[in-house]
Structure formats: C-alpha cells, structure tokens
Write a protein that binds this ligand. Structure first.
Ligand SMILES: C[S@@+](CC[C@H](N)C(=O)[O-])C[C@H]1O[C@@H](n2cnc3c(N)ncnc32)[C@H](O)[C@@H]1O
Length: 224
C-alpha cells in the first residue's frame, strides 16, 4: 500500500503523501496515515497545484529538488497548504521564504510555524515590490509562484531575475482566468510559456492541471 518515491515522499494507493514534520497536526483536513513511527500526510491535488502537477505526470526529479535546496522563495504562500508539504520534505537547514499579500493568511501561516514548521519565514508583502522584502530573503535555488494575478508571469520573472540563482528553478502555477477570460486556457498557457522562453529561461516541464484545478497550467523553467 505504501510505496516510497523519494526520501520524504510516498505514494499511498493513488495519492502522494509527505512524511510529517509535526506529528499529530492536521493542516488543512488532509488524511493522515501511520507507517511505523512516521505520520504520512496526504498531498491533496485539489488543494495544492504541485500535487495536481504530480498527478499529471510531473517527473520525480522535480520533487527530489524540493528535498535538496538551501533556500526557496515562495510568492503567494497563502495560509501554507502547499508550504506545509514543502516544510515536511525540505532538508534540515533549508528555509522557505513565504511572501503573501493577505494579513489574515500570514496569521494562519504563523500558527503553522508556531506548531513546529520553523523552516518557513513569513513575509507580509506585495510580490510586485521586490525591494520591500529584499533585505529579508537570500538568493534562492527555487522560486515557487502561485499568485493568481493578471501579470503573474511578469511578477515571477522579475523576482526570478533578482532572487533566483543561476541554474535555479522557477515553478509557476498559471491561473489562466486571471489573465484572460476570452482566450482558451491552453492559448493563455502557451503565451505565458513563450514569454518565459523569450526571457531566456528553459522550459523543462509543463502541464494543464485539469481536472484537479480547472483552467490552470503549471510550468517548470530553469534560469540559464
Ligand atoms: C491561489 S492562492 C495561493 C495558494 C497557495 N500557494 C497554496 O498552494 O497553498 C494565491 C495567493 O496569492 C496571494 N497574492 C496575490 N497577489 C499577490 C501579490 N502580488 N503578492 C503576494 N501575494 C499575492 C493571495 O493573497 C493568495 O493568498
């Protein structure tokens, strides 16, 4: 029933799950399984876009990378649903710098941190104004962006230019309906991919997230 995929990610039947960093704590209503002394938290693809990307065939290499980095910058960390899984699988001294516009979400996120997810650094800021949080973050190996804004790709690329190390990875969730309600989602995704390529980044993987997240795309690109 349990299949180990990477150091801290398992497959349980048809679901992915992470080895919990904080035992006995349920973050967003996810199912928890016990395996020996470990607790495995199911990574819900309807609540976390990267889990949806995994269900759509994202290669394991990109999960492996999430277990190896020193620093991640996360734009649109919200109340930490996806970040709780990143926190579970990050290596011991890694840090996740989480930028979020909503004060309410930052309060929820702070509760997660107090419960033991000490590898998350909450930052109340607008990701369009990188200079506001530049003093508090370090150069990142991974930039994860999920902000549902009309200019989400521009904001991602601006932050990638400034904060992402050379050869670092951009993971971008694209909410097509925030960009255009008239164009077909697939056209919007392809346009955003072209923009990222023209900016000099290599596209390594992309997928639509339907049926888990309607009208969304997910792209992984590498900075040269
Ligand atoms: C779809 S939710 C993110 C969900 C989260 N990534 C997860 O998987 O758990 C989008 C979040 O982006 C935040 N956001 C939108 N625009 C932003 C901006 N310019 N700067 C920072 N956060 C922003 C919103 O407040 C919201 O919490």
């Amino acid at each position: 029933m349990f299949k180990r995929l990477t150091a801290r990610v398992y497959k349980i039947k048809n679901s992915y799950a992470t080895v919990s960093r904080v035992k006995g704590v349920n973050v967003y209503g996810e199912k928890i399984f016990k395996k020996g002394s470990k607790e495995l938290r199911v990574w819900n693809p309807k609540k976390s876009k990267i889990a949806a990307a995994m269900m759509k065939g994202m290669p394991l290499k990109y999960i492996d990378l999430l277990e190896r980095y020193d620093a991640m910058l996360y734009l649109g960390i919200a109340n930490g649903t996806t970040a709780s899984h990143f926190s579970d699988i990050a290596k011991e001294d890694a840090l996740i710098y989480g930028v979020e516009l909503s004060p309410r979400s930052i309060i929820d996120l702070s509760i997660l941190i107090e419960q033991g997810r000490r590898n998350i650094v909450p930052i109340l800021a607008n990701a369009s104004y990188w200079e506001h949080y530049a003093p508090y973050v370090e150069q990142a190996d991974i930039l994860y962006v999920d902000i549902a804004q009309p200019n989400q790709t521009d904001i991602a690329l601006l932050n990638a230019d400034i904060f992402l190390k050379d050869q670092g990875y951009l993971y971008l969730a694209i909410k097509t309906r925030s960009i255009s309600i008239t164009k077909k989602p697939i056209e919007v995704i392809k346009d955003e991919i072209s923009k990222i390529k023209q900016h000099g980044y290599n596209i390594e993987f992309w997928t639509r997230l339907d049926p888990f997240e309607k009208d969304h795309g997910f792209v992984i690109a590498r900075k040269q």
